[in-house]
Design a protein around this ligand. Sequence first.
Ligand code: ITT
Length: 203
Amino acid sequence: MHDNKLLLATNNPGKVREYKSLLRGIPYEIVTPAEQGITTEIEEAGVSFEENARLKATTLSRESGLLSLADDSGLEVDALGGEPGVLSARYAGEGASDIDRINYLLARLKDVPEEKRTARFQCVVAIAAPDGAVELCSGECRGVIATEPRGNNGFGYDPIFYVPELGKTMAELPPEEKNRISHRARAAAKARELLMKFNLSAP
Ligand code: ITT
């Protein structure tokens, strides 16, 4: 019998919350590593979102024996040559908090005028099956880095990611609105189709 669980291969509670909503209605029971008793810390050694997403999904699929979906994402700021990029979670060093990373980024952009503060959130999703099959998809969302944090929703860099079309930062948007426009929403829409394919090919 095919085990109809999908492991969300992440330890980030913000991502878990968003995927549970973004993937509502899929023919899988969504479970987390903690719920499966998996505590593996994966070193994100890759130099690209793709490599890291693939590494996280395949490692946890092998370990759990479950179809696994990993998300590697981050913020790319044009004025910083694409930083923090794959280092987004570790920007400002070990043990730093979301607000530390925000303040560090704002300090680095101190003298950069508004028109040069363009940025994008990137999200790459990897789905790995225990038989070794892997599929990738991605999404992006463009915005501008604000000069101070605003809003309490979302996670990570959301309070300084200003979305010009909506006149708000990502953290000022209600969750359902972030889930309509975000990089993760775009990747998840494609992931949903890939998951249907995996479901059809399952024994
Ligand atoms: P897992 O590897 O366990 O999934 P992580 O937080 O380490 O969790 P990443 O390596 O993909 O995940 O780092 C992504 C970082 O990029 C994340 O910690 C945030 O700082 C930032 N980020 C990604 N998506 C974001 C979003 O929707 N809003 C704000 N910041 C985001």
